[in-house]
Design a protein around this ligand. Structure first.
Ligand SMILES: Cc1ncc(COP(=O)(O)O)c(C=O)c1O
Length: 364
C-alpha cells in the first residue's frame, strides 16, 4: 500500500485561475508561466489546463522543447533566453520566442548566423537589477537586434520588484513603469510588464501581454487572500494520521525535544516531512487541518513525518484525513507561518509525492 501522502491537482482550478488572470487584463494576451515544472504542478498537465492561454513562458530550454513534443502549437517564451549555442539551435528547431537580456546574448545571436527567423523579447532592467539592459542601453540593443537578419519581431519586457507593494520606498511600482516606458518610447513592438501581482492589483500596468504565474496555481503574491481574488487552490496536499501518542505535561516531542507539553496532549503523526517538500523550518503553530478541524504542527519537522496536536479533535484516529495545504487550508497561510511564500511550497513538492489529477472542482 502506498504512503497516504497525495498531492491532488485540480485541473478545473487551473483553468478557472487562468480565466481570472484574463479577466483582470481583458485587452491583453496571456503568457501562462509554467517554469519550475509549472510551479510543481506538472508541465504536461498544466499545458493541457492552460490550452486557452496565448502562450506559455518558462526558463527551461529542454522543458520548452518538451512542450512542443507534447503538441503545444502556440507560442512559447524563454524568460531567460538561451545559455549557449546549443540552446539557440533548440530555439530555432522548436520555434521558440526568446528573451535577450544581456550583451553576451546579443553577441551570441549576432554570431550565430541563423537562417531561420525568430521573435525576440528585449528585456529592460527597470530597477530590479537582476536581468536586463539598463534603460540608456536599450536603444542601442534594439538597433543591434534589428540589424540581425534572423530577428523578426522585437518585443519589450520588464519584471517588477514590488508589484504587491506598489508604494515600496526603495522602488515604487510607478517608478519602474516610467523607466520602462521612457526606455522603450517610440520603439515599435509589443510590451509585457505584469506578473500576477500587477495583473491582480494594477490594471494601469497591463499592456499587450501579461505574464501571470503564481495566481494560476491559486497562490497570491499579495496581502489579500487568494480567495478574495476569486482564485482556487490548484494543489491540495493530503495525508493521514499514521500514529498517535498520548503524552503528559513535561513530555517532549520529536528531534531536539524542542516542543514540551504543558498539559496532557494527544499527538498525531502525519505522513509528510521535509523530504516531501514540507518546509523544515515550519515552527510549532503552523496550521494543519485534521478531519476538517484546524489544529497545529508541534515540534520539529522530520524527513518523513510531522507531529500535530490532536487534543482538540475528538475521535481522531489512525487514518484520520489531514490537509497540509490547499483546499481547506490556504497554501499562503502555511507558507506565512513557515516564514516563506506559497511559491516555494508549490515548487518544492518532491518527486516521491504521488500526484492525483482531479477534473472537477469537488474534492472530499
Ligand atoms: C520574468 C518573470 N515573469 C513572470 C513571472 C511570474 O511571476 P508571478 O508568479 O509572481 O506571477 C516570473 C516569476 O518569477 C518571472 O520571473
Amino acid at each position: 500500500m502506498p504512503r497516504p501522502l497525495v498531492a491532488t491537482i485540480d485541473i478545473a482550478a487551473l483553468r478557472h485561475n487562468l480565466s481570472v488572470a484574463r479577466n483582470c487584463a481583458p485587452g491583453s494576451r496571456v503568457w501562462a508561466v509554467v517554469k519550475a515544472n509549472a510551479y510543481g504542478h506538472g508541465l504536461e498537465r498544466s499545458m493541457r489546463s492552460f490550452a486557452d492561454a496565448d502562450g506559455l513562458a518558462l526558463i527551461e530550454v529542454d522543458g520548452a522543447a518538451s512542450l512542443r513534443q507534447l503538441g503545444w502549437q502556440k507560442r512559447i517564451l524563454l524568460l531567460e533566453g538561451f545559455f549557449d549555442a546549443t540552446d539557440l539551435q533548440t530555439i530555432v528547431e522548436n520555434q521558440l520566442d526568446t528573451v535577450v537580456h544581456s550583451v553576451e546574448q546579443l553577441e551570441m545571436l549576432e554570431q550565430a548566423g541563423l537562417d531561420t527567423r525568430l521573435d525576440v523579447h528585449l528585456k529592460i532592467n527597470s530597477g530590479m537589477n537582476r536581468l536586463g539592459f539598463m534603460p540608456p542601453a536599450c536603444r542601442a540593443a534594439y538597433q543591434r537586434l534589428r540589424a540581425i537578419p534572423a530577428v523578426r519581431d522585437i518585443s519589450f519586457i520588464t519584471h517588477f520588484a514590488n508589484a504587491e507593494d506598489a508604494s515600496n520606498a526603495r522602488l515604487p511600482l510607478d517608478e519602474q513603469v516610467q523607466r520602462f516606458h521612457a526606455a522603450t518610447q517610440d520603439l515599435p513592438g509589443e510590451r509585457c510588464l505584469s506578473n500576477s501581482a500587477a495583473d491582480l492589483l494594477h490594471p494601469e500596468c497591463v499592456a499587450d501581454w501579461v505574464r501571470p504565474g503564481v495566481m494560476l496555481y491559486g497562490g497570491t503574491p499579495a496581502e489579500t487572500t487568494a480567495a478574495a481574488f476569486g482564485l482556487q487552490a490548484a494543489m491540495t496536499l493530503n495525508s493521514e494520521i499514521i500514529g498517535i501518542q498520548h503524552i503528559v505535561a513535561g513530555d517532549a516531542v520529536g528531534y531536539g525535544s524542542s516542543f514540551v507539553a504543558d498539559r496532557p496532549m494527544t499527538v498525531g503523526v502525519v505522513a509528510c516531512g521535509y523530504a516531501d517538500g514540507y518546509p523544515r523550518h515550519a515552527p510549532t503553530g503552523t496550521p494543519v487541518v485534521v478531519d476538517g478541524i484546524r489544529t497545529q504542527l508541534i515540534g520539529r519537522v522530520s524527513m518523513d513525518m510531522i507531529t500535530v496536536d490532536l487534543t482538540p479533535i475528538a475521535g481522531a484516529h489512525v487514518g484520520s484525513k489531514v490537509i497540509l495545504w490547499g483546499k481547506g487550508l490556504p497554501i499562503d497561510e502555511v507558507a506565512n507561518a513557515a516564514g516563506t511564500v506559497g511559491y516555494e511550497l508549490m515548487c518544492a513538492i518532491a518527486p516521491r509525492v504521488r500526484i492525483v489529477e482531479l477534473e472537477s472542482n469537488q474534492q472530499d
